[in-house]
Design a protein around this ligand. Structure first.
Ligand code: FE2
Ligand code: FE2
Length: 198
């Protein structure tokens, strides 16, 4: 019987998986940037594309530090997330809703990466691969920051713009629906409601 594989083998496998995932993302992120309407969202995707290229370089450094050949192994997980993102981009959403969906898809990818790097770092530390752990930690911090940036873009305007596009003004308050006067609220009323929601 052949010897059982070890945590080191699992670690190398996951590194190859992450390497392939990052490569897939360098092809997917430009499409998301192109599909974005908000200039801030597009800029966030473009900035993270640059960081993603850096993640690939860091993984190459990790392989080199372990005297291992640089090699990827198809990552089915990120492929599925990218595939779902593609279907969303094919939908005919209004601009704000498309931006909200791009953020949701982007955050799925970031959380997947955060989970992968979190395990890699813990394993590297457990096996005393300190240099590898430190490199992977730098990447994890950038994934977290990218995720937070997407949250802040969603919460500081994009989600509300999408919600406003979804709800014609006269339907926004259920409790006022039956009152004839509420059907055409004054501009001041609408502004007050918006301010209250923010
Ligand atoms: Fe990454
Ligand atoms: Fe990322």
């Amino acid at each position: 019987m052949s010897e059982a594989k070890t945590l080191h083998d699992a670690f190398l496998d996951e590194l190859r998986d992450a390497y392939d995932a990052e490569k897939q993302l360098t092809k997917a992120i430009p499409k998301m940037a192109k599909a974005a309407t908000s200039p801030d969202l597009r800029a966030a995707f473009e900035a993270h594309l640059e960081e993603t290229r850096g993640h690939i370089t860091r993984l190459e450094e990790v392989f080199a530090g372990l005297d291992e050949k640089i090699r990827g192994k198809h990552c089915d997980g990120i492929a599925g997330i990218i595939e779902e993102g593609k279907s969303v981009m094919e939908e005919d959403f209004d601009d704000a809703t498309m931006d909200a969906c791009l953020i949701a898809g982007g955050q799925r990818a970031e959380h997947y990466e955060m989970a992968a790097y979190g395990s890699l770092i813990a394993w590297a530390r457990a096996m005393d691969h300190t240099e590898a752990a430190d490199l992977l930690q730098e990447t994890l911090e950038e994934e977290k920051a990218a995720d937070e940036k997407l949250s802040s873009l969603a919460e500081n305007g994009i989600n509300q713009a999408a919600a406003d596009a979804a709800a014609p003004e006269e339907d926004q308050d259920d409790d006022e629906r039956d009152k004839p006067a509420a059907k055409t609220p004054s501009k001041a009323t609408v502004a007050t409601k918006r301010a209250r929601r923010r």
